[in-house]
Design a protein. Structure first.
Length: 539
């Protein structure tokens, strides 16, 4: 229980230190309350339907949705934890290395601390309200669902902590961690879009429940869906299957605990080992750039991007979006044009916190007196060229997939979407150069992309939305032109949105270099101090 108290003590300390942490925690708390209330209201409404007789709702459909939905929640929670939270936003096992705590005791404390967190409490309350949906089926299924709720939360928490521990312990090399980080992100995005792909890639009229029932039957015998299957086993009187599923859950907890203890012991045994250093001939990207201060900044940025898995994921968004929307464009080919637009919106999210990704490397730049304008210009040179070529290639593929050249309307859509995506990208890049000097938040270490700075998980999830909202707001002039064309019924002039959006984006790109440079010069000492604090959190 001491570790549980320490967890909340560190959380409150982080909130007292930063007002933004307090705001972020309040937002997270409100989201948790909203989830609990939403589940409660939805479950109460479903409980009024007659499941047993099938007059208002099909029992098999409810069973399929509950088991599959619960299994996906378990998997998604683990993936999100691996992508965003890492080893723990408040407690990191490595912080306890000097205290001599036995591995089993430490693992028990960390597990209890995870179960006492806000997400776990909100999840437990939501699952305790979920049995309201079963009340028309009798007291047996309701009581079993209430008892199954804590079992599901323990399973989700144990599994999440296990995959993080295994990822951190087994993958020591930077390349292996980068590969897994990217693979996990791709799997997560693919799973999120899987329902849309299934529905939009075929004829919705021929979609049946049978494949989903088969999937639910499989997941019911796994730790992911076993807890959500227990109420239905009780309702059907299948008590042997219920006992077996409970044993599966208990075995999962024991296995997760044992592997967690093994990871703690292995981390301590191999602590201090370093990755093998590779020698590189020549000066690399420094030979490609102009012989100037901004050219050196561009070369340094390119060197970072080649080795940084945290930012590499953002550069994969165009390919991911292109594949996903291409699969969904069977019934509506124009949907593929969402790929370059969304890519432009998401690609510069990392650059909006670019100084934090640079870390103490920026301190050396500040010591030699590089001006803010040269820094912003050097960064813009790299991302502007990269983004322009990237989005143009994505737009060409989108035009081929949608066969835009076959009709005047298709050509107009291609021109408008290409121009708007480039304009949105340039505007987002310009805003990133401004916001990165003001709204900085700590990020994981380049060597440990699955870790998280202590007490800063809320900021990691909240601040990127500031950049996204500002990007959409920056294209307001283009939006006004679009509204004027729509009101005046000038559909033949829609192509004019492309040059307008491009000019709109280039204007904000110029403002980003100028204003971002001035902000950096004015806040240079504050930025260096902040980055030093961020570096301390990564240890």
């Amino acid at each position: 229980m001491t570790i549980v108290r320490l967890r909340w003590a560190l959380t409150f300390a982080a909130m007292r230190k930063s007002s933004w942490q307090t705001i972020g925690y309040i937002i997270g708390l409100l989201m948790g309350v909203g989830t609990v209330v939403g589940v409660g209201v939805g479950a109460w409404y479903l409980g009024d339907l007659d499941f047993a007789n099938g007059t208002s709702w099909d029992y098999s459909l409810m069973h399929t949705v509950m088991v599959l939905g619960g299994s996906l929640v378990c998997i998604f929670t683990a993936i999100v934890q691996l992508m965003l939270i890492g080893e723990g936003s408040t407690l990191n096992p490595k912080k306890f290395a000097l205290f001599g705590i036995p591995d089993k005791t430490l693992q028990s404390g960390l597990t209890l601390a995870g179960l006492s967190g806000t997400p776990a409490i909100a999840g437990l309350l939501s699952l305790l309200l979920l049995p309201l949906a079963y009340r028309s089926l009798g007291p047996v299924i309701v009581i079993t669902a209430i008892l199954a709720a804590p079992l599901a939360i323990i399973t989700i928490t144990s599994f999440s902590k296990l995959i993080i521990a295994l990822a951190t312990t087994m993958l020591h090399s930077r390349r292996s961690q980068a590969t897994l980080y990217i693979v996990v992100m791709v799997i997560f995005i693919a799973l999120c879009n899987l329902p849309n792909v299934v529905i939009n890639s075929g004829n919705p009229e021929h979609i049946t429940l049978t494949p989903f029932q088969m999937m639910a039957g499989i997941f019911a015998w796994t730790p992911f869906g076993a807890a959500f299957q227990l109420p239905f086993d009780a309702f059907d009187g299948n008590w042997l299957a219920l006992v077996i599923r409970v044993l599966i859950l208990v075995a999962t907890w024991v296995l997760c605990f044992a592997l967690g203890v093994w990871c703690l012991a292995r981390d301590r045994r191999y602590a201090g080992e370093s990755e093998r250093v590779k020698s590189v001939k020549g000066i690399g990207s420094f030979s490609w750039m102009p012989d100037s201060t901004s050219g050196a900044i561009s070369a340094r940025l390119l060197s970072y991007l080649r080795r940084d898995p945290r930012q590499a994921m953002f550069l994969l968004f165009p390919v991911i979006f292109l594949v996903l929307f291409a699969l969904q464009s069977a019934n509506l080919p124009e949907m593929v044009w969402m790929a370059p637009v969304l890519s432009a919106l998401f690609m510069m999210m990392s650059e909006a916190n670019g100084l934090a990704y640079d870390g103490r490397g920026f301190s050396m730049q500040a010591i030699i007196g590089v001006s803010g304008r040269n820094d912003r210009l050097g960064r813009v040179r790299v991302f502007a060229v990269m983004g322009f070529v990237y989005l143009l290639a994505v737009s060409i593929v989108a035009a081929i997939v949608s066969k835009s050249w076959t009709s005047p309307t298709g050509i107009t859509i291609a021109i408008v979407c290409t121009g708007c995506s480039l304009g949105l990208f340039f505007a987002g890049l310009g805003l990133a150069e401004i916001l990165s000097c003001v709204f900085m938040y700590p990020v994981a270490s380049m060597d440990k992309p699955f870790s998280s700075p202590q007490g800063r998980a809320i900021a990691q999830g909240f601040f990127p939305f500031i950049h996204m909202f500002a990007c959409l707001l920056s294209l307001l002039p283009t939006g006004i032109v679009a509204i004027i064309l729509a009101v005046s019924a000038s559909s033949g002039m829609l192509w004019i949105l492309a040059p307008v959006a491009l000019a709109n984006g280039l204007l904000f790109l110029y403002l980003g270099v100028v204003l971002g440079g001035r902000l950096m010069d004015a806040r240079l000492l504050k930025i260096v101090t902040t980055l030093d604090g961020f570096a301390a959190l990564q240890k």
